[in-house]
Design a protein around this ligand. Structure first.
Ligand SMILES: [Zn+2]
Length: 302
């Protein structure tokens, strides 16, 4: 499979609807085409992007059963939207994508960006491991802060980040209803390999961490030297996240959608060192080919 490495290559590869369908087909039918009625393996593609069995003439749409199904937008536009979303370091807002692609409707742009976000969590992803800082933070509202201080209208988000010899590795983040032992345990066991070292502050919600199979290190302000901060890495991620929500999306995010923005931020952060935007593009197309259709109502109803 060819991967577009830059804008020029992208433009060449996806000029026509047929080119897009052809690309999508590889992911939709990774083992090749097989007619569902007669098992024949040859087809021709008609102008509507329908595969027609050469033997029994039964029809199969390439986009059926994928996230691209029944789109009002042509694939060339959708592919451009995905490309634009991954090619921009900080992503893009619905208004931004509407302007760049000349879309008539803000609603359409907004809905597609939401569909793309659902492709950003790969089912096969591995849990975090090694040394990991974990902390919670409030997101949204006018002021951001720690638990207990002015929590009105804000959403509590728990963040975990791998600490490497130099810098940080991958992150995970999730909305939690409260900073209780139960909620924190659920996040930790779902996202972090056991035997990892988990570093937290002294909050009592983390009390059971070593019982759950982890090594637990607690950082206290009293043990630190002047100017040293506790949990500096996870705090930095929290402020980067808030800056991103504020910068790219003007913080205009309903709480019901926040988890999808967290998924996008995680996707971007965990791939920040990847030199190939084209590979990210390809992964999203691949995920899209495997993802069931998502209709506007189900996005709006959340
Ligand atoms: Zn057939």
């Amino acid at each position: 499979m060819r991967i577009p490495e830059n804008q020029i290559e992208f433009e060449k590869m996806f000029t026509t609807e047929e080119q897009c369908l052809d690309y999508l087909k590889e992911f939709r039918f990774p083992k090749g085409y097989l007619c569902r009625k007669c098992q024949h393996n040859e087809y021709w593609l008609n102008k509507r992007g329908i595969m027609v069995c050469k033997n029994c003439k039964s029809e199969l749409s390439i986009t059926s059963g994928t996230i691209f199904h029944r789109s009002k937008l042509p694939l060339v536009v959708i592919f451009r939207a995905i490309w634009w979303m991954v090619a921009q370091k900080n992503g893009v807002s619905a208004a931004g994508i509407q302007r760049v692609l000349g879309l008539g409707s803000y609603r359409t742009a907004w809905a597609w960006l939401h569909k793309f976000r659902r492709l950003m969590v790969f089912p096969s992803r591995n849990k975090l491991s090694g040394k990991i800082e974990v902390d919670e933070t409030f997101v949204g509202g006018k002021k951001s802060g720690k638990r207990g201080r002015g929590a009105e209208g804000k959403t509590l988000v728990v963040i975990a980040v791998e600490i490497l010899e130099k810098g940080t590795g991958r992150v995970r983040m999730s909305i939690i209803s409260d900073a209780s032992k139960k909620a924190l345990k659920k996040f930790i066991t779902e996202n972090i390999e056991t035997v990892s070292i988990i570093i937290t502050d002294g909050w009592k919600g983390y009390n059971g961490t070593s019982k759950n199979g982890y090594q637990h290190e607690i950082q206290n302000k009293t043990k630190l030297l002047d100017g040293e901060e506790i949990l500096p890495n996870v705090h930095r991620i929290a402020s980067l996240l808030k800056r991103w929500l504020l910068g790219t999306h003007q913080n205009y995010i309903g709480e019901e959608y926040l988890s999808y923005y967290l998924d996008e931020y995680t996707f971007r952060y965990n791939r920040r060192k990847s030199n190939s935007r084209g590979l990210l593009f390809q992964r999203l197309i691949e995920q899209g080919a495997l993802h069931e259709p998502v209709d506007y109502k189900s996005i709006k109803r959340m």
